[in-house]
Design a protein around this ligand. Structure first.
Ligand code: NAP
Length: 294
């Protein structure tokens, strides 16, 4: 078997030629990326394997040195390592430099590149689900995912309102974005309600409503309306309280599964040069997301 070997499902095995992909995180035990990427690898018959590693933040420099010396083919980084990796690579992609975070490491002509596929993955997921990106959006949150989403939408000329519990973080994010179509909304019920009324798209980039705290919603009741698109980046549970309220008032509700799949697919393409089967990746993820009992 040579490079780019084809292996049948039954003959799948790891050998000395197998190229290693990995995710580093802390914690990493619950990551769905190994199941998603290994499903795509097996469906395509590629000679790769994708393995999770728990890496403490202080150990990231050693882990990156290790992936270089052990010639890993590529790595994903997840919480809380994305920002720390910026200083450990040979070059940063424009995307990673813009948002100051790295979720994908790959090699270009022997040089380690730090890239971010969260923003492109978000845009691809949005475009795969709706016809035309809405002209205005309310972004809830100002953490890592909000940064990727805001830069991606601002790059498409979307008018943005950003609301975050800690307003200074929203102001700082708004100050970095190009153009003058960005404003900051105070985190109060009245301000959130009036900001919602003005936009076609609401994106929840906070962790409010995520397992195990599934009772919470980032918005007060009565904010949403028919025809709006409510995109919650959370995928566990698959239907958050926010998305349930969206569905009940006739808005279009979308969870974070497609973003997870599309950002993963962007990384997969950087590592292998092959476009992975999206349906296989999506199934691998959805099969592993547990629906909480009522
Ligand atoms: P992060 O950088 O830690 O940011 C967390 C955000 O949530 C901050 O804006 C924080 O506000 C806000 N927040 C936390 N607790 C809150 C509360 N009780 N009330 C109001 N706001 C609160 O996290 P992240 O990486 O952006 O991730 C955020 C969510 O997106 C997570 O649920 C994550 O699983 C999801 N995500 C999904 C994907 C995907 O592919 N689908 C990708 C990335 C992230 P403060 O600034 O005030 O603390």
């Amino acid at each position: 078997m040579g490079d780019g070997v084809s292996m049948s499902e039954s003959g799948w095995c790891v050998s000395g030629r197998t190229k290693v992909l990995a995710v580093f995180g802390c914690p990493v035990e619950h990551s769905l990326s190994p199941a998603m990427h290994n499903a795509a690898i097996r469906a395509l018959g590629l000679d790769y394997v994708y393995v999770p590693f728990r890496v403490e933040p202080d150990e990231l420099p050693q882990a990156v040195a290790g992936l270089r010396s052990m010639r890993f083919a590529g790595v994903n980084l997840t919480i809380p390592l994305k920002e720390r990796a910026v200083d450990l690579v040979d070059e940063l992609s424009d995307e990673a430099a813009r948002i100051g975070a790295v979720n994908t490491l790959w090699f270009r002509e022997g040089r380690l590149v730090g890239d971010s596929t969260d923003g492109p993955g978000f845009l691809r997921s949005l475009e795969s689900a709706v016809e035309g990106i809405p002209e205005s959006a309310l972004i809830l949150g100002a953490g890592g995912s909000a940064r990727a989403v805001c830069h991606a939408l601002a790059g498409r000329g979307v008018t943005l309102a950003i609301a975050n519990r800690t307003m200074a973080r929203a102001e700082s994010l708004a100050g970095e974005l190009p153009g003058d179509g960005v404003r900051v909304v105070p985190w109060t019920d009245d301000d959130l309600r009036s900001a919602c009324a003005e936009v076609g798209l609401v994106v929840n980039c906070t962790s409010v409503g995520m397992t195990p705290n599934i009772g919470g919603s980032p918005l007060p009741p009565g904010c949403l309306k028919t025809g709006q698109l409510i995109y919650d980046l959370i995928y566990s549970p698959p239907e958050t309280r926010l998305l349930k309220e969206a569905r009940e008032c006739g808005a279009v509700a979308m969870n974070g599964v497609l973003m997870l799949v599309h950002q993963g697919a962007c990384s997969f393409e950087l590592w292998t040069g092959v476009r992975p089967p999206m349906d296989v990746m999506e199934r691998a993820v959805t099969e592993r997301i547990t629906v909480p009992a009522d």
